[in-house]
Design a protein around this ligand. Structure first.
Ligand code: ZN
Length: 104
């Protein structure tokens, strides 16, 4: 059996404990480094592309450039509801920002 050394992807520390399993059965680890900004992680982060930060940014970019929801979903390999959810989230943030400006 091969032993793969596990390191925290955030602080690269090796002081880790096993921390149960994810819903999909992957091993989850807890980082014991107190300086580390993340408490737990898995070795395969986010199998679903819609949960990745760069894909979320692409959803917004494509909407700005005039792509429809179904275009975006097909190109990025996510579901249409992920696209809608992401765009709604962005609009809420923008509304909050603009209302705080007008209140000032
Ligand atoms: Zn860490």
């Amino acid at each position: 059996m091969a032993i793969i050394p596990v390191r925290c992807p955030h602080c690269h520390g090796c002081d880790l404990s096993k921390f149960g399993k994810t819903r999909t059965g992957k091993q989850r680890y807890a980082c014991n480094n107190r300086e580390c900004p993340y408490h737990t992680f898995t070795l395969e982060p986010h199998a679903y592309p819609g949960r990745r930060q760069e894909v979320k940014a692409q959803i917004v970019d494509m909407a700005v450039n005039g792509s429809g929801i179904r275009d975006t979903a097909r190109v990025l390999g996510v579901s249409t509801s992920t696209v809608i959810h992401e765009l709604k989230k962005r609009r809420k943030t923008r509304e909050r920002e603009s209302s705080s400006v007008s209140n000032a």
